[in-house]
Design a protein around this ligand. Structure first.
Ligand SMILES: [Zn+2]
Length: 205
């Protein structure tokens, strides 16, 4: 039983443990995927600006993490004759200006807690294939006691989808904020949304 004070301590401690910690994962918002870049997605620059505004107005996330495609030699991921399914024109080349975070995100850089890079030597659509140089995305989320993840960024039908599916499969409550994304193939948005929902992901319009 313990003293009333001890019981109160236990209740408070339980309430603290039960607080659902939330992370925002900003996927691949890099100039390379925006208008003017090597593999542009229509609406990329607009999404970058909207995400920056969303983040600067928001105080609800416990942790904000960016991912970047950061290719050194990704093998057949790059092609001179890309099919835009699993081969692509060179993009996100490590160390180039295009592979940096989008300039709009510089306005919120003080709110970004971790920057994860992926795809150095192979294709990597999911942020869960990346690390910040020391820890994988999953290790970061676990260390930060994150239970719930919102995902935004580029592109909805490729790296956002892959990151969301890995997030759900890793046991995180996962939402995609689709207004803060842009797709390579906007015509497939419903099909891709249904695919994500089949993994238990909430796709918010
Ligand atoms: Zn890539």
């Amino acid at each position: 039983m313990g003293s009333p004070l001890f019981q109160q301590f236990c209740i408070l401690r339980k309430a603290h443990v039960n607080k659902l910690k939330k992370a925002l994962v900003i996927v691949d918002v890099q100039p390379t995927f925006c208008e003017g870049g090597s593999l542009p997605v229509d609406g990329g620059n607009k999404v970058a600006k909207q995400i920056a505004t969303f983040v600067s107005d928001d105080e609800s996330y416990d942790c904000i993490i960016t991912t970047q495609d950061w290719h050194i030699d990704p093998g057949t991921h790059f092609s001179d004759e890309p099919n835009y399914q699993d081969t692509w024109p060179p993009h996100g080349v490590a160390g180039t200006d295009e592979a940096d975070l989008h300039p709009e995100l510089l306005n919120i850089s003080e709110k970004i807690n971790y920057s994860v890079k992926k795809g150095m030597h192979k294709a990597a659509y999911s942020g869960f294939e990346g690390s910040d140089g020391e820890e994988s995305l999953k290790q970061i989320l676990t260390k930060e006691s994150i239970a719930s993840i919102d995902i935004v960024g580029l592109a909805f039908d490729h790296c956002v989808k892959a990151t969301a599916i890995d997030s759900a499969q890793a046991g995180f409550k996962t939402r995609v904020l689709s207004k803060l994304t842009a797709a390579v193939s906007p015509a497939n948005t419903n099909v891709v949304s249904d695919e994500m929902r089949s993994h238990g992901i909430e796709v918010i319009k």
